[in-house]
Design a protein around this ligand. Structure first.
Ligand code: HEM
Ligand code: HEM
Length: 223
């Protein structure tokens, strides 16, 4: 029942992403893009920026809880892989076959943790930011020392280009999977269903795809 094992090699149609993760994902994408845009190009007074920033904090708290006690395969432990699995996956990444991975694949998992971590730091430092422009000031800036405020403001100004880069890589990888590997990762993030290879929880299976078991290459098979 784990993502890391090739299991029986059965190809199945499963209910993969639960509604909570799907809603979380698209709400996060909208809130991060809007907060980023308002921060970079918005009006002088950034009240709206703050609201979208608070929404990002709420979503990240939800994701933390879901990562600990949520359903398969959204739990963090479902997408922490061994170095061997990671290397085996990388070896097969150029193959022009879908991965049929049940959950976040090892490459995707790294980008998910990077995105969540950097967004967490961005939103956290926003709370203490104060650029001394007498207009915008994070709600907690007055409760901490000046050096803490400088530290937070420095990071809050420095991280947005990294966020942009991570999001571009994120969307770029999804396009790569679609175009090069012929695997659609986007619609499963919309309706939840995906065709996957390997062992999955029984109650998630919609149908078993007959005779197709040998058509997919699970990269961990190469290990
Ligand atoms: C600011 C924009 C975006 C952010 C911050 C973002 C962030 C994330 C995060 C954190 C995850 C992991 C979901 C989880 O918590 O388990 C994820 C997964 C995913 N995202 Fe995005 N995303 C963004 C935009 C997009 C866009 C525009 C698309 C569509 C092209 C997209 C498609 C996906 C897909 C398909 C997955 C699942 C990948 C897999 O199968 O492993 N994302 N995204
Ligand atoms: C992931 C969420 C967030 C993103 C992507 C984001 C992005 C940005 C960007 C791009 C800027 C402009 C930086 C510059 O001038 O170069 C900015 C400024 C600012 N943000 Fe955010 N922000 C987020 C969350 C927050 C939160 C939660 C707060 C506080 C409630 C906040 C408070 C501020 C303040 C006070 C400024 C002006 C100070 C400064 O320039 O450092 N932000 N933000």
């Amino acid at each position: 029942m784990t993502n890391g094992s090739p299991g029986s090699g059965k190809l199945t149609r499963v209910r993969l992403w639960d509604p909570g993760i799907r809603l979380f994902h698209w709400a996060l994408a909208i809130c991060v893009a809007t907060a980023w845009f308002l921060g970079e190009f918005g009006p002088g007074i950034m009240t709206l920026h703050f609201y979208f920033g608070y929404a990002v904090i709420g979503l990240l708290v939800f994701r933390l809880i879901w990562g600990l006690v949520g359903p398969w395969p959204a739990r963090f432990r479902d997408f922490v892989y061994s170095p061997a699995t990671f290397i085996a996956y990388l070896r097969g990444i150029r193959a022009r076959t879908p991965s049929f991975w049940a959950g976040h694949n090892p490459m995707g998992a790294v980008s998910v943790f990077a995105l969540l971590g950097v967004l967490g730091l961005q939103a956290y430092t926003g709370l203490f930011s104060d650029p001394d422009d007498f207009i915008n000031k994070g709600p907690l800036a007055d409760s901490v020392s000046g050096s803490w405020v400088n530290w937070a403001t420095g990071w809050h100004n420095a991280l947005p280009p990294l966020i942009l880069l991570l999001v571009l890589l994120h969307v770029g990888s999804i396009v790569y999977y679609r175009v090069w590997k012929g695997e659609d990762l986007v619609t499963p993030m919309i309706h939840g269903k995906k065709t996957v290879l390997g062992d999955v929880p029984e109650d998630r299976i919609i149908e078993t795809i007959d005779g197709a078991a040998e058509t997919g290459t699970r990269h961990s098979d190469a290990a």
